[in-house]
Ligand binder design. Structure first.
Ligand code: IFM
Length: 477
């Protein structure tokens, strides 16, 4: 494969050295079930909250749904062959709960499990390590109908589901992630309501976050009981949170958002407690009466690995003292109790999601998790960017995305040199897919997908990444 030109821009002298990653570094790419599989009503699968949400007018841009998505359900063989061509060492995918346990309770659906068995066998046959995520946001709709994640019972249902999947696939899957980005499930799903199930209640969002973590802890125990040799972890999406100025009010705004975005999850999962300042911030939203004795011990059940998803940084400022009579923050918010904190843009380059590109933030994030929370092996389980792509003569030259990966891999290497036990990196995403409330309008893939024909075209970033994997590092520029 060719190694297309990498950043920086033409005319800029680049003396960056080649970088080599530690032996055995796990190079991968990630996807999620609802974003790629399609076959929404096939093989015994029943609706999840995302089927309901995406079929509700006005919820997803242009009314897009995951009904067909990338049709991966029917293209598993050729998709894995493509992964092998790119030289992936690992593939991180998620299991669709309503495909393997329709309705979210009761026995497993053999046809659903067979799909994942075939996927895993195909991966292993190509020497690609399967990395399985149990929950990437597709709660079976009947569980939402009886309360969803704000209801405590959902945590127990999740552990039952974990046992079904471990019994079926535990003999061939080594790496298990319980939840992907519980912040999104809780605060986008039940706070701002921009994600499924589209509910907007701060107290429900906080309860959902707690029960997601409780479900995680119970699932870790279930996985260990079913497969003592499994390597089990959780994936959190983390952001450095920077105050817009050194003014005490801005610094306090950063503390609050850091509490909700990062410490709400890191502290219970890795320290077995909620931060006192966060609980004080949330006092006007909830009395934490949903937390029962023993929950935090369950939530902090020891793990083998921690997954970090990193995309960008938050820069925040204190509430606007001149806010209008009907302040913007009356709208449903994903920051309960801190709705009035302002998110500031710095004018630095952004991706097509309007997210600031901030590679040093990855170093900061990984160092923080390692230095403040855990000695466990860390994996970047997602990192990537959406940009507008153009197919020209059958090629997609995605120089922006390639530069984003390059900068973040250099950051990952810097973190390793600073002592972080970073063991692997998964690009988000293997291929363009259903970007939740944005439907198919945002492209994160290293592989371009034509949604009319389902033709896949590896972009320049994919060819470049293949070369990175082959060298186990970055070439001198
Ligand atoms: O597409 C999502 C993914 O499902 C979870 N992490 C962030 C990605 C980009 O928004």
């Amino acid at each position: 494969m060719s190694n297309p030109a990498s950043p920086p821009a033409v005319g800029v002298v680049d003396d960056r050295p080649p970088l080599t990653f530690p032996p055995g570094f796990l190079w991968g790419a990630a996807t999620a079930a609802y974003q790629i599989e399609g076959a929404a009503a096939e093989g015994g699968r029943t609706p999840s909250i995302w089927d309901t949400f995406s079929h509700t007018p006005g919820r997803v841009v242009e009314g897009h749904t995951g009904d067909v998505a990338c049709d991966h359900y029917h293209r598993l063989g050729s998709d894995v062959a493509l992964m092998a061509e790119l030289g992936l060492k690992s593939y991180r995918f998620s299991v669709s709960w309503p495909r393997v346990q329709p309705g979210g309770t009761g026995p497993a659906n053999a046809e659903g499990l067979d799909f994942y068995r075939r996927l895993v066998d195909e991966l292993l046959g190509h020497g690609i390590e399967p990395w399985l995520t149990l929950y990437h946001w597709d709660l079976p709709q009947p569980l939402e109908d009886v309360g969803g994640w704000p209801a405590r019972d959902t945590a127990a249902r999740f552990a039952d589901y974990a046992t079904l999947v471990a019994d079926a696939l535990g003999d061939r899957v080594r790496y298990w992630t319980t939840l992907n980005e519980p912040w999104c499930s809780a605060f986008l799903g039940y706070g701002s309501g921009v994600h499924a199930p589209g509910r907007s209640d701060g107290a429900d969002a906080v309860r959902a976050g707690h029960h997601l973590m409780l479900g995680h802890g119970l699932a870790v125990q279930a996985l260990r009981a079913a497969r003592p040799t499994a390597e089990v972890g959780v994936t959190v999406n983390l952001y450095p949170v920077t105050p817009a100025s050194e003014a005490p009010a801005d610094v306090d705004a950063a503390r609050r958002i850091d509490g909700l975005a990062n410490r709400f999850f890191l502290d219970p999962l890795l320290r077995g407690s909620y931060p006192a300042d966060l609980m004080a911030d949330l006092a006007k939203v909830t009395d934490f009466g949903h937390v029962r004795d023993g929950d935090l011990a369950t939530i902090s059940t020891p793990l083998d690995v921690v997954g970090v998803n990193y995309y960008s940084r938050h820069v925040v400022a204190a509430p606007d003292p001149d806010a209008e009579p009907e302040p913007y923050w009356r709208a449903p918010s994903c920051w309960p109790g801190s709705e009035d904190v302002r998110f500031v843009t710095r004018g630095v380059p952004v991706t097509d999601m309007n997210w600031e590109i901030d590679a040093p933030g990855l170093v900061e994030t990984l160092r923080r998790v390692h230095e403040e929370y855990t000695d466990l092996p860390l994996y970047v389980t997602e990192n990537g960017s959406a940009f507008v792509d153009e197919v020209v003569d059958g090629r997609v030259d995605d120089a922006d995305r390639l530069a984003y990966f390059d900068a973040h891999l250099r950051a990952a290497h810097e973190a390793i040199e600073a002592g972080v036990p970073l063991r692997g990196y998964f690009a988000w995403s293997l291929m363009d897919n259903f970007e939740w409330a944005w439907g198919y309008t945002k492209r994160f893939g290293m592989v371009h997908v034509d949604y009319d024909t389902q033709v896949r075209i590896p972009k320049s970033s994919a060819r470049w990444y293949a070369e990175v994997i082959r060298r186990n590092g970055l070439a001198a520029q």
